[in-house]
Every structure is written in C-alpha cells, then in structure tokens.
Design a protein around this ligand. Structure first.
Ligand code: G1P
Length: 300
C-alpha cells in the first residue's frame, strides 16, 4: 500500500457494509466473516480500510451482523499475541495493521435483518450523521499504482459535490450481477481548475458522465448500457432520507441503486470510469484472480 499521508478532504468517513452471509464461500464463511477472507495474508476488509486511509479518511464506520465479531477483533490490539512475538522477526507481520489501528477510529453498528445494500447503508446513518461519506464494498478489491480508486473519487467530490459511483464496462451478459447506469456527457466538463495537477492530467472526457438512469441487476436485454457500478460510492447525506422512502426493489431488497436514481433524476449523480483494476472477490474466480495478481505483485 501507499503511505498513510492524510490529505485535506471533505470526506471524513467511510462506511463498510459487512453484514452479508457470504454464501458463495461456504463452508469457509460458516464461522468467519467473508470480509475476513485473506488475499495473501491480508483480509479483504483491511485492503478496503487502507484504500480509505489513502483517500484521506480516518473514520471507519462498519455495518456488521451476527457472527462478525472477528472484524472488531482484527481492528484492535491482541495483547497476548503481541506479547508472544515481541522482539522476534514475526513482529514485522503486524506493522501494517498496527498503523491502521493507530491512524483510524472504528465504530460499529449491527444490521439486524438482511434487507439489502440500501438498508445496510441506511443502518449506518447513526455512524455517519449529516455529512457526505464514502462507501466501500470490501469484496470488490481495487488496486491502482499511482492513486487508489477512492482517492480519485474523493478529489472528484471536492469539485462536483454530488454523489459519485465508480463504474466499469462489463460484458453485456453480466449486467444481471450489477447496478447498471445510463449516462450522458457531463454538461460542465470544461474547466479542471480546482483539481490537482495529477488528477486533472489523468482525467479525460471519457471517464466522467452524468447518470440519467440506473437499474439494479437488469437482464442483458433490458440493460441501459454495459457500464456497471462497482463497490465504491460517494454519497451525499440526503441519501438517507431517500432510502427511508425507498420501497423494496430487485430481489425484494432495498437497493441503493433505486435511491441513487432519485438523486440522478435531479442531475446529481456522476458515474466515474476509474483508473485501476478491480477484482470481484465475492466470486471464487475473482478471488483466485486477485490472489494471483497480488502474489505476482509481491514478488516484484
Ligand atoms: C451490489 C449492488 C450493485 C453493485 C454491486 C457492486 O450488489 O447492489 O448495484 O453493482 O454491489 O459490487 P451485490 O454484489 O451486493 O449483489
């Protein structure tokens, strides 16, 4: 990971919905939260937290559920373990997680019933309050050499001050796995004045769009495009009031996609084709691909 430099930013909090059952990884996830499955030696959730830290965020809000206590223990000191390995070569294995614990605060709330991603995010309102915030779905594991995906999005938020979803092109036959957006060209793409030099030069007109419609997990024949939302969002706090009014949608669940559509109707949602790689670690194939990728990277 890249340093722990605290950037000046308006986004201070990151929400991690982490209450899901992880049924695709049974039996591994019978007693272990899916967010704690490791890619190499690091749990998925720690990658997400480190991406948030890199984006200048140090307040982590985690929505958990029953059977997720390992998450709280992970982001805490383990006195017995630390005592056992003190002054041995093994101590260095804890360097990264110690930095995370020292640099951040973690707060938790439980989602009592699994009623969908929108409901999980609404459950987090008590930890977020009345401010814009980031959301990371830890099973979408992202990596980018020069700047993390969330850091890219936080910079965009500083300029546009509206909700932002990260999108990538997926094969049309896979649209039924994602929230899918319809987009148009940004009206005011023009100046890039208050973006930093690096971000401005890396940004092109093909990366930023205004969302005009969005559909949760459409059949390919009904999909408005092949631009799929991946697990990185920046949300303005009015999303909570909208979520409270949002009726169950696809799969009988309260969908964040449906709530975002209300903001999009007012022209207040940007789709951002991010720079970097993303692995769907909610699937075995994606998890294996991520493991191979990070293993090769670690050998360099
Ligand atoms: C959720 C969202 C979906 C989004 C996806 C990204 O679906 O509902 O809109 O595209 O995350 O990973 P899930 O993967 O939880 O079924």
């Amino acid at each position: 990971m890249k340093g722990f430099l605290q950037l000046q930013t308006t986004i201070r909090k990151c929400l991690f919905p982490a209450a899901g059952y992880g049924t695709r990884f049974l039996p591994a996830t019978k007693a272990i939260p899916k967010e704690m499955l490791p890619v190499l030696t690091k749990p998925l959730l720690q990658y997400g937290v480190e991406e948030a830290i890199e984006a200048g965020i140090n307040t982590m809000a985690i929505v958990t559920g029953r059977g997720k206590r390992a998450i709280e223990d992970h982001f805490d000191i383990s006195y017995e373990l630390e005592h056992q390995i003190k002054n041995t070569t093994k101590e260095s294995f804890l360097t990264e997680i110690r930095k995370v614990i020292t640099n951040c605060t973690f707060s938790y709330t439980r989602q009592i019933e699994m009623k969908g991603l929108g409901h999980a995010i609404l459950t987090g309102e008590t930890l977020i309050g009345e401010e814009p915030f980031a959301v990371i779905l830890a099973d979408d594991l992202c990596d980018n050499a020069d700047e993390g995906v969330l850091a890219q999005m936080v910079k965009l938020y500083d300029r546009y001050r509206c909700s932002i979803v990260a999108v990538e092109e997926v094969p049309l036959e896979e649209t039924n796995k994602y929230g899918v957006v319809a987009v148009k060209k940004m009206d005011d793409f023009g100046e890039v004045d208050n973006l930093t030099q690096s971000n401005a030069s890396a940004l092109s007109e093909e990366m930023l769009f205004q969302v005009t419609n969005m559909v949760e997990k459409p059949d390919p024949k009904d999909a408005p495009s092949n631009l799929a939302i991946i697990g990185r969002y920046i949300l303005t706090p009015d999303i909570f009031a909208i979520l409270k009014e949002t009726k169950p949608g696809k799969g009988g669940e309260i969908q964040i996609t449906d709530a975002l559509l209300e903001q999009a109707k007012q022209g207040k949602v940007i789709a951002y084709k991010f720079r970097g790689k993303r692995f769907d670690c909610g699937s075995v194939d994606g998890f294996v691909a991520a493991t191979n990728y990070f293993y090769k990277k670690s050998e360099k």
